[in-house]
Design a protein around this ligand. Sequence first.
Ligand code: FAD
Length: 465
Amino acid sequence: MKSLKKPNDHDLEVLKGIVGEGHAVFAVDAVDYTHDETPDISAEPSIILKPANEAEIAEIMRFCNSEKIAVVPRGLGTGVAGGAIAFDNAVLLSIERLDKIIEIDTDNLMVVTQPAVITGDLQRELEALGLMYPPDPASKDSCSIGGNVATNAAGMTAVKYGLTRHYVTGIRAVLPDGKIIAYGGKLVKNVAGYDLAHIIIGSEGTLAIITEITLKLIPLPKHRVDLLLGFDTVHEAASAVSEIIRQKHLPTAIEFMEGDIVRLVGRALEKDPPMKEAGAQLIISLDADTEEELERKYFELGEIAMELGAIDVLVADTRPFQDRLWDIRRSIREALIVESPTIVAEDVAVPRSKIPELWEGARELGEKYGIRVLSFGHAGDGNLHIDALKGDLSDDKWEAAMEQYIPALFRLAVDLGGTITAEHGIGKLKKKYLPINFSPVELELMARIKKAFDPNGILNPGKAI
Ligand SMILES: Cc1cc2nc3c(=O)[nH]c(=O)nc-3n(C[C@H](O)[C@H](O)[C@H](O)COP(=O)(O)OP(=O)(O)OC[C@H]3O[C@@H](n4cnc5c(N)ncnc54)[C@H](O)[C@@H]3O)c2cc1C
């Protein structure tokens, strides 16, 4: 970082010249570009560039590499690990103008797209043709598909359909020195050489700037139903998740909510959630190609749930009821912020059978450090959002508690065979905790991969590794 240069007036003129009038702005005129969705951190880029195409991106990178100027790629700024914030006077390179779907190939069931297309828009275009691109981060109506590839994003459907990574078959990208690579394509199988696309996926903008993506698609399932399961205790609900998987069921989604969270959402939305007295709830989504298959699946799951002590199983087979259930799930973040404006939200993951131990361990850590800890999230893929709420604690007490609680929570997840981040990424925020997750040998190898892509260390410095 020390050897990187803050762009001078001449550099800024050159960079403005590449993107043209109106596409280079300063932070005073564009405050939104000083932060992403990570609470409490921001920084002013030296300049914000909005290139029109890959050729302009390559020219920017060639110049910045030769001048050793840091560049931070930015999708649509919904990240929650500070990855798209330009610290230390870096140049912020927004890919927002690369926003076209290039081709929907219905012969090969593939889509080729530019990176700034909003994920939800892409999904809707495909659904109209009876096709599905499954990864569905909760931010899908505001994040970009390029950002999803850069962070290997995933959402509720990961339990059945997997992560962004599982759908990428090709990537075009600009390297830090301005050279362009086009790896893979509309290929279902491809084992030639090292898989460069899969090294770039999840690299959080530290290895290359993604300019085009090829994704494989699947046929859109015809029928869907959601179930709401209430349990007296969190332990029963968490154990039910493990048991459902153990009995070889793979629903589209299994979302877990502590009862306290459901009640908080009810207050925030001023609505009465169904089964609001339950100690914990699960929302389970199922899909199938025929109504008979769907019915069979939800009867089987209902039986398992009742055997495991569920208070009740509600079947949401109409759109309004489904929307009501998912409104509760999607409003959790908002409701928690109403309860406590300061929150530390972690997204650890463990093998699915370890969910009960993760929840219990997090609760015990909350007790140990005197903080309120609430959990919810994508239990079906072993990923819990574990939120620590500051509430009325003094700043000093809160900071002291967090210093011990965060690494202890990460150690708990790793000791259970898990990871410190399931989907939000390392970014700026979690870098110091990497040694909890990786051995020195693994960290050294990652540093060498970074060096191979970016010998001058200009691309998104200080992030991810
Ligand atoms: C309310 C809310 C809910 C969320 N829910 C989920 C969820 O369910 N699952 C999940 O995985 N995430 C979730 N996120 C996090 C976030 O939306 C994802 O990480 C998303 O993939 C970021 O996309 P973006 O376009 O906003 O990228 P940005 O925030 O702009 O960037 C994220 C990172 O990717 C890099 N990057 C972006 N575009 C490119 C590119 N073209 N080339 C190279 N690097 C690039 C940036 O440098 C940065 O490091 C949520 C966020 C919010 C605010």
